[in-house]
Write a protein that binds this ligand. Structure first.
Ligand code: SF4
Length: 188
């Protein structure tokens, strides 16, 4: 019988493998007792894929009573074999976090305080400023007459919370406007 690493752990919890291991003289009762007391006991397992880099590590999400209660790496995923980097390990905290800001905050030029604004205000303000800046500063050709199509006065800093698809679309948009100063703080 072929049993995957994850399947083996499940069998251990179910007791089937325990029988075999006990016959080998191993006492698995403490492990069984520990497994049944874990907060993930009885939770539904949903395998998802970490969206934060091209490694695409599997993440097992545990759902209980409709709540996302825990997550961990998937031992059967061949690339990382259950390991996750800091971002993948913090996967649940990205979704369930009382410190997460869920409304746009705006600090006007020269102001010291942040104030709540709606998305319509934020998006139209950003679009207006980007358009005005590009109209003012876009360089089509350099001093030698070479085509450069660049915007020197805009820098874009990405986010560790942007997934692969968001990053791809954002970079395409920025390049289309001539922005070439692009970085991302997701150093792992
Ligand atoms: S960000 Fe980390 S956990 Fe997520 S896919 Fe990449 S290496 Fe894996």
């Amino acid at each position: 019988m072929t049993v995957s690493r994850r399947g083996f752990i499940k069998l251990l919890g179910a007791g089937t493998a325990c029988l075999g291991l006990s016959r080998l003289g191993l006492n698995v009762k403490p492990a069984q007792a520990y497994a049944t007391s874990m907060k993930t006991a009885g939770a539904k397992e949903v395998v998802s894929i970490c969206p934060y880099c091209s490694c695409g590590c599997n993440i097992i999400m545990y759902v209980k009573n409709g709540q996302f209660i825990s997550s961990e790496g998937d031992p059967d995923y061949p690339v990382s074999e259950g390991s996750l980097c800091a971002k993948g390990a913090a996967f649940r905290a990205l979704h369930v976090n009382e410190h997460r800001i869920v409304k746009p905050l705006y600090r006007a030029p020269g102001a010291t305080d942040w104030v709540e604004k709606d998305w319509s205000f934020m998006l139209s303000t950003i679009a207006r400023r980007m358009k005005d800046t590009r109209d003012r500063d876009f360089t089509a050709k350099n001093d030698k007459g070479q085509v450069v199509n660049r915007l020197d006065t805009v820098f874009h800093l990405g986010s560790a919370l942007m997934d692969n698809e968001e990053c791809a679309v954002t970079v395409q948009m920025l390049r289309g406007m001539g922005v070439y100063q692009i970085d991302h703080q997701a150093r792992v």
